[in-house]
Each structure stands twice: as C-alpha cells, then as structure tokens.
Design a binder for this molecule. Structure first.
Ligand SMILES: [Zn+2]
Length: 407
C-alpha cells in the first residue's frame, strides 16, 4: 500500500512570506526539530541565493554528521538550468524545480515568452540537467496546478516523469480547491501518469489541511505515494498553508483514515516544542484555538464539557495532550534568573551552561563558545533558547559558518 510522507516547507515558503523572517540559525533549528520528529523532508533553502549558501552548506554537513536524523534536505529552484547549477555546486542532492502551468499565469506572467509547450520544454531541460548532474530526487512543481487545465496538467506531469522526475507537486497556489475537487483531480493525474504526488495547499479559503488530506487520499487511491507539504503553525504566503501538526493529526485520527498510513516513524512529542519555537522565532503567537498546541486545545470549562472530560477524556478529546509533548514544556521563569547573550560575560555564560548540564574543558573553549553565543544573539536579534545554546556548544564549526553572511 502506498504511504503518506510529509515535506515541511517552513524554511522556504514561510520565510518568503511578507513580514515574517527567520535567521539562518533559526532555520537550522527548524531542520533540527524536524529531524528529531522524523519528518521525511525539509524544503530547506533557495540554494541558488547567495545569502543562503553558507547556511545550506553547513546544514548539509550537519546532515552528514547525523545531527538532523534522516531528514532529506531539499532545495527549491526555478526551472532554470542556472538555478540548478548553483544548487549542484554546493552539494544539494534533492531538488524541487518550479514553473507555472495555468493559462492565467502562462499568459499573465510570461507575457508571451512561453506558451504551454514552452513551459514543458523549459521544465524538461531543467529536469534533464538535474538528472545528468547527480541530483538524487527531483520534484517538479506545477505552480497553480489547481487552475490548470487537467489535460494539460497530465501532459506536463507525463513529460516530467519521462525526463526523470520522481514526483509532481500539485500546487494549490491560491487555495482554490475544495476537498472533493482536489481528490478527483489528484487521483486523475496519479492514475494517468503513475507518478507520486506532492500536495501543496494554501489556506486562502481556510481549507488547506482538508485539501491536503483529501488530495493525499486521491493519490493513494490511485496507487502512488503521497507527500503532503506543510509549514509549522500553518504560516506561509498570505493566509498560510497546511499546518504540519494538523495534517498529521488528521491522517492519524480522522474518520476512515485507517487505509492511509504515514510512511515514516514520527515522534510527535517534538510537536509542542517545535510549534512554540516557531512562534518565538517568528514573533507570531499560536492562536488559542490552534489544533493540538493552542492554549485551549485541551481546555474544558462549560459545565457539561468539564464534567464529561473529567469522567473520561475521550468524551471531549480525540487524542491525548501527552502525545504532543505538551507535558515537557517548561513553565516560564519568573524568579531570579541568569541569562547569557550578546553582551554577556564568562561567569553568567558558564552558569547558564551548567544549568544545561554542559561544562567546558578549558577557559579557552568556554570563551570560544561565548563568542559564538554573542554573535548568534546578534544574528537572531532574540535571546537564545536552551536548545539553541546546546546546539551551538555541540556544533560550533557549523554554527560559525551559518552565522557568516557576507554580501
Ligand atoms: Zn506555497
């Protein structure tokens, strides 16, 4: 039976959205948590962008060293040979190459330079180049697939497969689909082309999670693997995209999902930590009603609800809060506390690390890590979290590279 895998695109789609940003160290921590959680793939970078390349190289090293678990690090490129050449140069082995396929976008974005056939030719040239240059997995992104003529989309997918692509990304770029329609269209493409599908759904009409799950069911019913693109806390372009945890919970706990299994062993106890980290790093609070990790996700007050939940939590809860690691979240420190940061000194620094159970072999080593902590705080423009401090002490050479961004 084909399976469902998750591709988290926080480090590409979310960071490109308006008004929200992550530092390169914060992006690295997202990969670190996704790896701990057992997620299949992170769309981790724009590898052709010079400001991403030190970060990308260091994360590829971290992956080699085993710091990111089995996470596949995949880069996003336009369907341009020049983008792919840059990605190959820095050693990215997994790529998604993107081009628009709807008549709306072909006409209004390419301004007559490309027609439907031209789009297929450009995509094919890009995939062929990637294949010839040792890229291991290639996803082809049909941007605006949901507004693309179905017959043309099938032809595009077939051409991608013939050129050597491993997957087709069905992009509901504008959040235009409904669960019923995306199920039907995803199933039709998968049946006719027999290529695994990625479902990439935006949330403009509030249906991103439902559409992702329905599209995945369509792919699996047609006999191919499904990959659901997600972001942490659902943040992304405009109204965002499919939330990682909501999609996982839906696949695990929704009605009649028994035949749709997740293909990777997941440790959901990282979810609360990751959701809270993303909230902190972006400076965007988690909504009180967020599935799984919102403050009210397991709260009961009304008479009938509280009474019922006390008698048996299954009266009002589909799944347990412990499953998500919520019990591991430390309460905020309000008593006297020592922190370290951009202008911290050695004594405070050593005190903080001792609390984390980390000591240094020499003053020299401690001073070197302190210096990285100072730079990392300046880089993040936020106090470092305990996990960031641990990460810096454990992987100082890679962190030094990540922090180096020079034009
Ligand atoms: Zn997107």
């Amino acid at each position: 039976m084909p399976k469902i895998h998750f591709v988290d695109v926080t480090n590409r789609d979310t960071v490109q959205a308006s008004r929200i940003n992550l530092s390169k160290l914060q992006k690295t921590m997202v990969n670190f948590y996704l790896g701990q959680m057992g997620i299949c793939q992170s769309e981790f970078a724009f590898p052709f962008a010079r400001n991403e390349q030190n970060y990308a190289r260091a994360n590829l090293q971290l992956r080699e060293m085993g710091a990111l678990g089995n996470l596949l690090l995949e880069g996003w490129c336009r369907a341009l040979v020049s983008d792919i050449a840059e990605a190959v140069t820095i050693g990215v082995k997994h790529l998604n190459v993107s081009i628009s396929t709807s008549d709306q976008m072909i006409t209004s974005k390419f301004g007559g330079k490309l027609d439907r056939q031209g789009v297929i030719e450009r995509m094919t040239a890009a995939v062929t180049y990637a294949r010839e240059h040792g890229v291991k997995t290639i996803g082809v992104n049909a941007e605006d697939a949901s507004r693309t003529d179905l017959g043309y989309l099938v032809a595009f997918a077939q051409a991608a497969k013939d050129a050597g692509a491993d997957r087709l990304r069905y992009c509901d770029t504008l959040g235009f689909e409904t669960p019923v329609t995306i199920y039907r269209r995803a199933k039709a493409v998968a049946e006719q082309v027999e290529i695994p599908l990625e479902l990439h759904c935006h949330n403009d009409l509030g249906m991103a999670v439902a559409n992702s799950v329905a599209g995945a069911r369509g792919a699996i019913d047609a006999g191919v693997d499904a990959y659901i693109d997600t972001s942490v806390n659902g943040l992304g372009e405009r109204a965002g995209q499919a939330d990682l945890l909501s999609c996982i919970l839906a696949v695990k706990f929704a009605r009649e999902m028994d035949d749709y299994q997740i293909g990777d062993p997941l440790n959901l106890r990282i979810s609360a930590k990751l959701a809270n980290y993303i909230s902190y790093a972006f400076g965007v609070p988690i909504p009180i009603n967020q599935p799984g990790v919102g403050e009210n996700a397991f709260a009961h007050e009304a008479g009938i609800h509280a009474d019922g939940a006390l008698k048996d939590r299954r009266n009002y809860e589909l799944y347990d809060c412990e499953l998500l690691g919520l019990d591991l979240e430390a309460p905020p420190t309000t008593c006297r506390v020592i922190t370290t940061g951009e202008f911290g000194g050695l004594a405070g620094f050593e005190h903080v690390y001792e609390r984390l159970g980390i000591t240094f072999a020499s003053k020299k080593e401690a001073s070197e890590i302190l210096e990285l902590v100072r730079y990392a705080t300046a880089h993040n423009q936020a106090n470092l979290t305990d996990d960031e401090l641990r990460f810096i002490a454990r992987y100082p050479d890679q962190v030094r590279q990540i922090l180096t961004i020079t034009p």
